[in-house]
Write a protein that binds this ligand. Structure first.
Ligand code: HEM
Length: 155
């Protein structure tokens, strides 16, 4: 009995520092893109530590970027950092599972425009450059993320 209650609590547990969200089915398919093959790009991103630095830097840039900072205010940036790290790791074939919401559900109430996507991509390029990721490897991730634009923005 105790084991069952403990398992149920674990399944619904909110990671430390995050706010709860409505329940949703978890699946790698929610990442909105399939993983690259091989490990060359993962290595070019300097693995888990590199992706962690890039996402931390990216989120700092997003909230400082006057074009889009308002969109991120009042959202759970602890959760955003965690799920973005999982998503990038999954797509870069780094062996992670993505546990976040699907890309349509995560963005449906934000009213995003094409220009918002352009700003986010510029901030991501700056974060990847700061980490010393080669231009070719940067473009392999961006090509994988490109189809997500339609899911996040709806056009
Ligand atoms: C390739 C494009 C994009 C990717 C890969 C992406 C990825 C993600 C991920 C993984 C999450 C977290 C999902 C979850 O909480 O379960 C998220 C949420 C969010 N994204 Fe994006 N996103 C993209 C485009 C954008 C753009 C263009 C903006 C605005 C400029 C944006 C703003 C947000 C915000 C504010 C949240 C938090 C929503 C909430 O807390 O309810 N995203 N995104």
């Amino acid at each position: 009995m105790i084991a069952i209650v403990a398992a149920a609590l674990l399944a619904t547990a909110v990671p430390p520092g995050e706010e709860p969200v409505d329940p949703y089915p978890q699946s790698n398919a929610n990442a909105g893109a399939t993983p690259l093959s091989g490990t060359a790009t993962w290595d070019a991103f300097h693995g888990e530590a590199g992706v962690s630095r890039i996402v931390d830097d990216l989120v700092a840039r997003l909230v400082a970027d006057r074009r889009i900072s308002d969109i991120f205010k009042a959202h759970d940036l602890v959760r955003l950092r965690r799920t973005l790290k999982e998503q990038f790791c999954y797509v870069l074939n780094g062996g992670c599972a993505y546990t976040g919401r699907d890309m349509v559900a995560a963005h449906k109430d934000l009213g995003l425009q094409t220009a918002d996507m352009g700003a986010l991509v510029e901030d991501l390029q700056a974060a990847m450059r700061q980490e010393g990721v080669s231009f070719a490897a940067q473009n392999r991730l961006l090509a994988k993320l490109a189809p997500i634009k339609r899911q996040a923005i709806g056009r």
